[in-house]
Design a protein around this ligand. Structure first.
Ligand SMILES: [Zn+2]
Length: 159
């Protein structure tokens, strides 16, 4: 049997979509956009603080009822330096590698926020490093998590 050449079609498909962020998500995203603030909420029973704010505290099964403003600082609780490109949903292009994705525990918060970290050298990263959110400038924030550009490592490893 004779091999035939496979034909390829390259098609760019646009798939715009929207979804509701919900009451708590909207509260957080509006504060991020309008006030450059990170908002969470606190459970009345166990006093845990969640970011993003949650509709229900899982362990207590109670709606957190207190809005809490958190600082833009915290620690890098865990991270991955990623060397495998993927299609960035924000741009539709391959995200340049390497990049670091981290789990951030903001000061005064009990949960973790996942976001990009500016340091990509594994030798300069370790759990517990101090980090600080870098926000988009005023007028450029639109009410999404990407209004935080990334978290900047604010201390030297071992320092
Ligand atoms: Zn609770």
């Amino acid at each position: 049997m004779e091999k035939s050449e496979l034909l390829h079609l390259q098609v760019v498909v646009e798939l715009p979509y929207r979804w509701a962020a919900g009451r708590n998500g909207s509260l957080m995203l509006k504060a991020l956009r309008d006030e450059k603030k990170i908002i969470g909420n606190r459970c009345p029973e166990c006093r845990k603080v969640y970011v993003p704010p949650r509709a229900v505290c899982g362990p207590c099964f109670i709606a957190p009822d207190e809005t809490v403003e958190l600082p833009a600082t915290g620690i890098l609780a865990g991270y991955s330096v990623v060397n495998y490109p993927f299609i960035d949903p924000e741009t539709g292009e391959k995200r340049p590698v390497p990049y670091t994705y981290g789990y951030i525990q903001l000061d005064g918060c009990d949960s973790y926020l996942s976001h990009f970290v500016n340091e990509t050298d594994p030798a300069r990263l370790s759990p517990g490093l101090r980090v600080e959110a870098v926000f988009k400038p005023d007028g450029e924030r639109v009410g999404q998590m990407q209004d935080i550009l990334h978290f900047k490592v604010s201390e030297e490893k071992g320092g």
